[in-house]
Design a protein. Structure first.
Length: 371
C-alpha cells in the first residue's frame, strides 16, 4: 500500500525535479502543471507527484490502495501528494473531494468522466488505445440490439461493431465499460487496420448483476447461445459465431472459463484477464473471499476431469495482484493439463482495466490464431 512521500520544504521551485517551474500556487506554476509526473525512487520504484487545485481532497486508486490524502502547500490553492509507486504500474485513479469524485484536470488520459489513468515511465506502451480526456465522448457502434432476454430477465442494449468489416464474433463481457470508460471500438479498429488482428465483429454485452450473471451458472450462456447470437445474426453485420471469442475480466474472466468448460460447442476461444478463480458458491459471503481454496470452483471442476483439447485460452493477470496470482497460476496449469492450448502473461497493473486493455487486444488476436 503506497504512502505519501515526505513533502519538500516550502521554498521556491519546490517541484522543479518534476519539471514544474515556479512557486506552487502561482499563475506560472498552474500554467505549467501537468501531472502525474514521476522521478526514480531509491528502491527502484517511482515517486509520483499528483496535483489538485482547490479544496481539501484525497486520491482514490482502483484496487491498489486505500485513499491517499493530499497536503496543502502553505495557504495556497495547491494540494499535492508524492506517492511511492512500484516499477511497471498503470492504475486508474480519481480525486475525492467531499462526496464527489473527479478526474485529474492536469492529466489528458481519462477513463470516463470522473477517472484518470496514471502510468509509471517504465510501464509498457499501449498502442491502439488513444488518450481520451475526461470530457471526451467515445464513439458508439451504429448497430444496437434491444435484448429482452427470457432466461436472464429484463431488457438491455447490446451494441455490435464490425471492426474491419466484421468477422469472428468477439463477445466483450462488461461491454458498457469497454464502450464508455475505455475506447475499445477505436482500439480494435486500429489493431485491425495495422494488421495486428483480423477483422472481427465486436458484441458489447452489458451486465445487469455481475455477481449473479458471472457466477458459475448456465443461464447466461444458454441465453447467449439461444437468444443473443441469433439476434446478432439478424443485424446484417458479418458475424462468424463458429469462431467465437469470449473476453472477460475479473468475474467476467471466471464466467468465460466456465463457458469453455461447460459449453464447449459454443466457446472454444477465451481471452481471460484476472479471472476471479478464487470464486466458490459461498465465497461472496466470507469475510475474506480470496482466502478459500486455491483456484476455487474452476480448479475443482478441472480436477474432476475436463477435456479442453481444441480450446485456446489466453490468461493474463496484473503482476501487482499478489493475492490473485496463486489462484490464476493453478487454473492456468490445470487448463493446460486438460489439453487446452494456453498462453500466460502478466500485465503491469493491479486489478484494473487500465492495465488489462492491451492484453485484451493481444489475447483476442492470439485466440483467433492470428499471433
Amino acid at each position: 500500500m503506497p504512502e505519501p512521500v515526505s513533502g519538500p520544504a516550502d521554498v521556491e521551485h519546490a517541484f522543479v525535479e518534476f519539471g514544474l517551474p515556479g512557486k506552487p500556487g502561482t499563475d506560472e506554476f498552474w500554467a505549467a502543471a501537468g501531472t502525474p509526473a514521476s522521478v526514480p525512487a531509491d528502491d527502484g520504484g517511482w515517486a509520483t507527484l499528483f496535483l489538485w487545485r482547490g479544496s481539501e481532497a484525497s486520491i482514490g486508486f482502483e484496487s491498489w490502495s486505500e485513499p491517499v490524502p493530499l497536503r496543502r502547500w502553505g495557504d495556497t490553492d495547491c494540494w499535492y501528494a508524492e506517492v511511492r509507486m512500484p516499477a511497471r504500474m498503470r492504475v486508474t485513479y480519481q480525486f475525492i473531494a467531499g462526496d464527489a469524485a473527479y478526474a485529474d484536470p492536469f492529466n489528458p488520459v481519462g477513463a470516463g468522466g470522473d477517472r484518470s489513468i496514471a502510468a509509471t515511465p517504465d510501464a509498457p506502451a499501449q498502442p491502439h488505445w488513444p488518450a481520451v480526456g475526461a470530457d471526451g465522448v467515445l464513439p458508439l457502434p451504429r448497430t444496437r440490439i434491444r435484448w429482452a432476454g427470457r432466461r436472464l430477465g429484463g431488457r438491455r442494449t447490446v451494441r455490435v461493431h464490425p471492426a474491419g468489416g466484421g468477422g469472428p464474433v468477439v463477445l466483450l463481457l462488461d461491454g458498457d465499460d469497454w464502450l464508455y470508460l475505455h475506447p475499445a471500438m477505436t482500439a480494435f479498429d486500429s489493431a485491425v487496420a495495422s494488421g495486428d488482428m483480423p477483422p472481427v465483429t465486436l458484441v458489447f454485452l452489458p451486465a445487469k448483476d455481475r455477481e449473479a450473471e458471472f457466477a458459475c451458472r448456465p443461464e447466461l450462456w444458454e441465453a447467449v447461445r439461444d437468444e443473443l447470437l441469433p439476434l446478432v445474426a439478424e443485424t446484417g453485420v458479418p458475424a462468424d459465431r463458429d469462431r467465437l471469442v469470449v473476453a472477460g475480466q475479473s468475474l467476467g474472466g471466471l464466467s468465460a472459463m466456465y463457458a469453455a468448460l461447460e459449453f464447449p460447442d459454443l466457446v472454444s476461444r477465451v481471452a481471460c484477464q484476472s479471472g476471479s478463480f478464487w470464486w466458490t458458491p459461498d465465497a461472496m459471503g466470507l469475510a475474506d473471499p480470496l482466502g478459500g481454496p486455491v483456484g476455487g470452483a474452476v480448479a475443482a471442476r478441472l480436477r474432476k476431469g475436463a477435456d479442453l483439447s481444441g480450446t485456446r485460452v489466453a490468461f493474463d493477470v496484473g503482476e501487482h495482484e499478489t493475492r490473485m496470482l496463486p489462484h490464476c497460476d493453478l487454473v492456468e496449469t490445470l487448463a493446460e493439463q486438460a489439453g487446452a492450448t494456453v498462453r500466460v502473461s502478466r500485465s503491469a497493473s493491479g486489478h484494473d482495466r487500465a492495465g488489462w486493455r492491451q492484453a485484451l487486444l493481444r489475447d483476442v488476436a492470439w485466440a483467433l490464431g492470428a499471433r
